[in-house]
Design a protein around this ligand. Structure first.
Ligand code: NAD
Length: 319
């Protein structure tokens, strides 16, 4: 059991970010600190990295505790807002130990909810477009019928996120706490883990190393990619809104995997060849968010086009 006591020097905690040493969480923390609020980050570095937060080590408003969320947490210090992003996000990591992925989503989320209950903290849970499974409906709105296997290799994550959403919603009604549910679609940008096997990191990694670009399937499957700064703004708008969700956050700009490969290759090295491999089990055909709800309720739309976001991401990886 972790007890949060004097780690924040007695300051009330404005923001507690679980999973804050990860890609998305570290960008969220940067933005919250820029707003002048303090942040306590809790992470066990399962997939996160110390490099993502090391620039904050002298910041008087930033605090860090290493802890695994599948173990309970108590606090003696009031907490205003809790951001729950703790979960491995890419298939190669969440499939490495699928039982752990399920436990993080169920037990970890339950522990975080119990912490939120003690001070009636507002809790935002970061869910995923994976809850829509292999649905072929396009664009995907929050009410579409889901086509999801309970036994595929992706189920530990997709079903994990689904039960976590239900748990957060049910717990909030029973215990009267304020919640926000964000269903986020593919997000990319600087600090992305270059080796995590996701498509943008794969293509950039392969192009920078002059290796063949590997496309799974025929490359006609589509994805929609949101730049990290836009996503962080969406999460903040949701937390500050009066709407509890679930709400889709993502970029509507849709691209085929083949076009994405060409775009990245041409930015780095146009002479690289493309190779086709078998499609993984249950790979979704389309991922394209309907963000009408986010537009209406959060006054949010993504601003950064794919080509600009890729330039910024590639520059980061070239450093
Ligand atoms: N990046 C995306 O495209 C995307 C899409 C949909 C949903 N999400 C969700 O957003 C959140 C953040 O994703 P990300 O891309 O930043 O991934 P990430 O792997 O970079 O970040 C996850 C963070 O959670 C931490 N973590 C994992 N298990 C933990 C545990 N048991 N205890 C404490 N900390 C733990 C990791 O160490 C890491 O720092 C995740 O919940 C993910 O499911 C991300």
């Amino acid at each position: 059991m972790l007890i949060i006591d004097n780690q924040t020097n007695g300051q009330l905690i404005n923001n507690l970010v679980f999973g804050g040493a990860g890609f998305l969480g570290s960008h969220l923390i940067d933005k919250l600190l820029k707003k002048g609020e303090n942040v306590l980050c809790i992470d066990n570095f399962l997939t996160g990295k110390i490099q993502n937060i090391k620039h904050l080590k002298d910041n008087k408003k930033f605090f860090f505790i290493k802890h695994d969320v599948i173990n309970p947490i108590k606090s003696k210090i009031p907490i205003e807002k809790i951001w729950h992003l703790a979960c491995p996000a890419s298939p190669i990591y969440y499939q490495k130990d699928p039982l752990l992925t399920i436990r993080i989503n169920y037990e970890g989320t339950f522990n975080i909810l119990n912490l939120a209950k003690d001070f009636k903290s507002k809790l935002l849970f970061v869910s995923s477009s994976e809850v829509y499974g292999t649905s072929r409906v396009k664009p995907q709105d929050e009410n579409i019928l889901v086509n999801l296997s309970t036994t595929s290799p992706r189920a530990c994550y997709a079903e994990g996120k689904r039960i976590a959403e239900t748990l957060v919603d049910t717990f909030s009604k029973v215990n009267n706490i304020e919640i926000r549910l964000a269903r986020i679609f593919n997000t990319y940008g600087p600090r992305f883990n270059i080796n995590d096997g996701r498509v943008i990191s794969n293509f950039i990694n392969q192009s920078l190393r002059n290796k063949r670009i590997t496309i799974y399937g025929d490359g006609k499957q589509t994805r929609s990619f949101c730049y990290v700064d836009d996503m962080v703004q969406g999460l903040i708008n949701l937390m500050e809104s009066s709407y509890s969700g679930p709400v889709n956050l993502g970029n509507e700009e849709e691209t085929t995997i083949f076009d994405l490969a060409l775009l990245i290759r041409n930015k780095i090295n146009p002479s690289i060849k493309i190779e086709y491999l078998d499609l993984p089990v249950d790979d979704p055909r389309y991922r394209n968010p309907c963000i009408q709800l986010a537009r209406n309720k959060l006054k949010w739309i993504p601003k950064i086009a794919l080509t600009e976001g890729l330039d910024r991401t590639i520059s980061f990886f070239k450093l």
